[in-house]
Design a protein around this ligand. Structure first.
Ligand SMILES: NC(=O)c1ccc[n+]([C@@H]2O[C@H](COP(=O)([O-])OP(=O)(O)OC[C@H]3O[C@@H](n4cnc5c(N)ncnc54)[C@H](O)[C@@H]3O)[C@@H](O)[C@H]2O)c1
Length: 397
């Protein structure tokens, strides 16, 4: 089989995991990377053993050996880089959120839909075998009708007021911080597992750390700077959020999100209560799915390819008892992406679990409704309907 060539723009924290995932596929060649300068690209290309270093993303896009572009730049560059890649006829795998706001996401969705290439957004929690198991159980009616969908994504990496990131600057990260950064993952997961859409939201946002002491120089994502030179930065985006949710199947729900909550690392949890049974999954214990029942004993389903539903089994690669986790789920999503690319990137060949720009656009509309709800003083807001063709043509997932 002919190897596909990939190029990556934005070689920071998450980029290394895109490259790892691609390497594990075996049939994709890493052609090269573009960073914020030729020097930074050269340095990272050496560190990550990532092929050629380009002076700019435009130079990377001009390389005919690059068939697929991974966009792992900070959020404010997602639109520009992904649009240019689509216009150059490349398949695009963008990290989340799809763009800085709903308007930009819509533009990207329209361009991707019209480009006739594969377009993927990395809502990578879909790649866990037990997430697919939960989704399959809901779809097959094992839980009965879902009535309550709730959970959290809590972190503590922004607890220290001396930690600063581009994520907190609305010009670079977008108007939303915690919701856009990690609430987006939860909303996608909740909709993917339930097969239902969030239709209205009531959000209360808060900035618990309104002033930060940022290092004078910029820092890598998630890194604590030891710099003694500090500048005060006023923070306008939320680091805590509580949101009530209504779903299109009538289910109710709620979500709490925060990034300044001591002790919580990547505490992503989703629970779905149906009329017959419940399921709950936690990102930090991804090899277990809790099954709740009313008139029988509760159970914990362990990740075991031998007992998983056939639709979920392909996402588990190791025998029972060998844990699979974040990096494996990420690999699964990237494997689905390249599978779709090899099948031509047409709507009917998309693997059902793979998130596309349509999902990224929809997700932006959900976050946008949360921001509107808070800005209006905490009142219910409807999630805007995405463009017609997404609803008409799009399949579940
Ligand atoms: N899927 C996930 O779970 C996950 C996890 C972390 C980050 N992300 C997303 O990945 C993206 C990057 O986040 P990160 O944490 O890796 O950030 P980061 O700051 O570590 O990396 C961003 C990289 O982009 C580079 N860059 C800046 N300007 C550029 C330009 N003009 N051209 C090319 N490169 C440029 C920076 O030098 C840096 O190397 C964000 O959109 C973030 O939301 C997703």
């Amino acid at each position: 089989m002919k190897k596909l060539g990939m190029g990556l723009v934005g070689p920071g924290f998450i980029a290394a995991h895109h490259l790892d995932a691609v390497r594990r596929l075996g049939d994709v060649e890493i052609i090269g990377i573009a960073g914020s300068s030729l020097e930074s690209a050269k340095k990272r290309a050496r560190e990550l053993n990532a092929g050629r270093a380009y002076a700019s993303y435009q130079e990377l896009l001009a390389d005919p050996d690059v068939h697929v572009v991974h966009n792992t730049t900070p959020n404010h560059l997602h639109r520009e880089v992904s649009l240019a890649a689509l216009r150059a006829g490349k398949h695009v795998i963008s990290d989340k959120p799809l763009a800085s706001n709903a308007q930009e996401s819509r533009e990207l969705f329209e361009a991707a839909r019209d480009a006739g290439v594969a377009h993927v957004v990395t809502f990578n929690y879909r790649g866990h075998a037990l997430v697919q198991q939960a989704r399959t159980m809901v779809a097959k009616g094992k839980l009965g009708a879902p009535v309550f969908v709730h959970g959290r994504y809590l972190q503590d990496w922004l607890t220290d007021e001396r930690t600063y990131s581009w994520r907190l600057d609305p010009k670079l990260g977008g108007a939303s911080s915690a919701l856009g950064d990690i609430g987006s993952h939860w909303c996608d997961l909740a909709e993917h597992v339930t097969g239902s859409r969030i239709t209205s939201v009531l959000a209360d946002l808060h900035t618990a750390v309104p002033v930060r002491l940022a290092p004078a120089e910029s820092t890598k994502a998630f890194a604590k700077s030891k710099s003694a030179q500090r500048r005060e930065v006023k923070i306008t985006s939320e680091d805590i959020a509580s949101v009530l949710l209504r779903f299109d199947n009538g289910a109710r729900g709620c979500l709490i999100v925060g990034q300044v909550l001591p002790g919580h690392k990547n505490d992503l949890r989703l629970e779905v209560n149906g009329r017959l049974a419940s399921v709950a999954w936690q990102q930090e214990q991804p090899n277990e799915l809790w099954l709740g029942q009313h008139a029988q004993a509760n159970a914990v389903l362990a990740k075991d390819p031998a007992t998983l539903d056939p639709l979920a089994r392909g996402y588990a690669h190791l025998p029972a008892g060998h844990p699979e986790a974040w990096a494996d789920a990420f690999r699964n999503l990237i494997a689905d992406a390249y599978d779709w690319i090899r099948r031509g990137g047409t709507p009917d060949t998309k693997p059902p679990a793979l998130p596309t720009f349509a999902d990224g656009y929809r997700n932006s509309l959900v976050i946008d409704a949360m921001l509107r709800s808070h800005a209006a003083g905490g009142v219910w807001q409807d999630v805007e309907e995405p463009l017609g063709p997404q609803r008409k043509k799009g399949k579940r997932g």
